[in-house]
Design a binder for this molecule. Structure first.
Ligand SMILES: NC(=O)c1ccc[n+]([C@@H]2O[C@H](COP(=O)([O-])OP(=O)(O)OC[C@H]3O[C@@H](n4cnc5c(N)ncnc54)[C@H](OP(=O)(O)O)[C@@H]3O)[C@@H](O)[C@H]2O)c1
Length: 216
């Protein structure tokens, strides 16, 4: 599949490498592609402008800072996102004074919903936002199986996303479809618990697993 990752940070780099290794036609979309030649060489993935990247991708993946995602995706042009699978992994933060240090930018709704309502012709799926970038591309680095969540309104878009998750090493048994895009709130608001677990365990390299009751 032609995949365009918008954002060249930790998550964009990790996913670009992993999906390219799985045989996909990957590009990274950057605000400043001219300054990213070394990165393109290092990853073996072209780094191009956001407009060109969005046009290239059958799937467009938002890996920009969540509080800036709407503005950044607008620069791609709504037309380039029409009918596209738009995978959203971002979480928006604002800085707060200690002891918290950060708060969510989307408190009463989610960025996933805002992206879907801003780009109604795109098929938005929120996923992977509840774990660290290293775990996103190496679920086998954990002690046992864990859970990756999906939220979105379009069943076909979720099926395409599930295939891309499988290509990262997430077996279908690890996918949990939470329902429509409104359920992205849960994924994003998990960020506070994520930070608490990370602080208590001294690592970001963990994930959660949904455990169901034993069958009667
Ligand atoms: N890091 C993780 O493990 C993790 C886990 C779960 C979710 N997330 C979420 O995934 C998203 C990406 O995380 P990340 O760690 O890759 O972030 P990051 O390292 O800060 O990279 C974000 C990238 O977005 C691009 N960008 C576009 N508009 C921007 C703006 N206005 N200001 C700054 N950068 C802008 C930049 O690439 P260019 O300069 O090339 O345009 C930047 O490198 C975030 O929303 C984060 O909350 C991250």
């Amino acid at each position: 599949m032609r995949i365009a990752l918008i954002g060249t940070g930790n998550v964009g780099r990790a996913l670009a490498k992993a999906w390219a290794a799985a045989g996909h036609d990957v590009v990274l979309g950057s605000r400043t592609p001219g300054t990213k030649e070394d990165l393109a060489k290092e990853l073996g993935v072209p780094v191009i402008g956001i407009v060109e990247a969005a046009e290239h991708g059958e799937a467009v993946v938002n890996v920009t800072p969540g509080a800036e995602s709407i503005a950044t995706l607008r620069t791609a042009g709504a037309g380039a996102l029409t009918d596209k699978l738009l995978i959203d992994i971002a979480v928006g933060f604002t800085e707060e004074p200690p002891p918290h240090g950060m708060a969510l930018s989307h408190l009463t709704f989610s960025l996933g919903e805002e992206i879907q309502s801003t780009f109604p012709e795109a098929r938005v799926v929120k996923t992977l936002s509840t774990m660290d970038s290293v775990v996103m591309t190496s679920p086998d680095s954990l002690e046992g199986p864990s859970t990756v969540f999906l939220s979105g309104n379009d069943p076909a878009a979720k099926t395409q996303t599930a295939t891309l998750l499988t290509d990262l090493g997430w077996p279908s048994s690890s996918h949990l479809d939470l329902g429509p895009i409104e359920t992205a709130r849960g994924q994003e608001h998990f960020a506070h618990l994520f930070m608490g677990i990370a602080a208590s365990q001294g690592t970001y390299g963990f994930n959660v697993r949904v455990v169901l009751p034993k069958a009667e």
